[in-house]
Design a protein around this ligand. Sequence first.
Ligand code: GTP
Length: 351
Amino acid sequence: MKALILAGGFATRLRPLSCARPKTLFPIVNKPLLQWIFEGLAENGVTEAILAVNALTQFHIRNQKPPKCGLKVRFSIDPPKKPLGTGGPIKKAQKLLGRKEPFIVLNGDIFADIDYKKLIETHNKNGAIATMALCCVKDPCSFGVVELQGDTIKRFVEKPPKGQEPSNLINAGAYVLSPEIFDYISKGKACSIEREVFPQLVKAGKLVGCRINGLWMDIGKPQEYLQANKTVLDTIGSTLEKPKPDGFKVSHPVAFDKGICIGEKSLIGPYAIIGKNVKIGKNVTISNSVIFPDVEISDGAIIEGAIVGEGVQVGKNAKLEKGCIVGDQSKIRDNVNLNENMSVCPAKEIA
Ligand code: GTP
């Protein structure tokens, strides 16, 4: 079976971190999201993944080379300066997907434990054109919300006003589609599958839903991204290699990638996810934060509830408060205090 991964969006809500990397390559507990996705697909019997990208995303993915987990990986590239949305890339990949059998389509920005086999069974049983994975959430208004009758979706409302949601069941961003879907999407044009295709399938009685029970997280916004890291750390923390503190203290759970140096009397954790080759000085405190690779943190710095981009330098006694995001390659000078929710663009120097 084949899967199409939508990964050519601009991730505007994740700026400034997404200025230099596509959402699908954001690390979740030190492993690119795309690698988690590949693993999930391979475990469910998928043999080929097609990445629907733009030219820049393709460049980043080729450069980073996340492990393919045994999948054959191909690219389908949106036309230059003409993003195709969430529907157009499906039509664009028609030749690669073929017309012989159903295929999987999923958003490249969700971390989810999806039972694709169950999704395919539900699809085949109902003779649907599209079968949508559904997830139950407390506050559904910022998602596509469904009204379900049996397995059939009777209503699909994209981002309904708060209080007017038909249920708590939302579009989890993963579908099984039959080749008839190609007839619902125009060639070479941008199209939103949520707003333009699903309502037509509802009318035709050909949109089916299948609840998923495992972990499901959208990483579209910085706080969601941070929370996804913490949740995954909670789930897999006990399986990770335990760091051996040498003069510094660790408060679990933490995740350490390779090549990390930490100075005396530093306190790391809880919920500190530290990327490859990060250098941490003495008396540093880090908690509830994601630190991307190659960051240097000087003596006495305090980082609590922040996301620190690749190659950032944090000066002595600097403080990054809750909700701060520092773009790649920035320099935060000695004694600088970044108050709650401040964002720093890439390659800036803050003195
Ligand atoms: P925001 O700008 O923050 O809304 O993010 P986004 O547009 O990148 O993501 P959104 O949640 O709107 O899209 C869902 C999925 O579809 C993501 O995995 C995107 O990468 C992907 N996607 C969105 N637009 C396009 C597009 O024009 N082309 C392709 N190939 N994929 C897209």
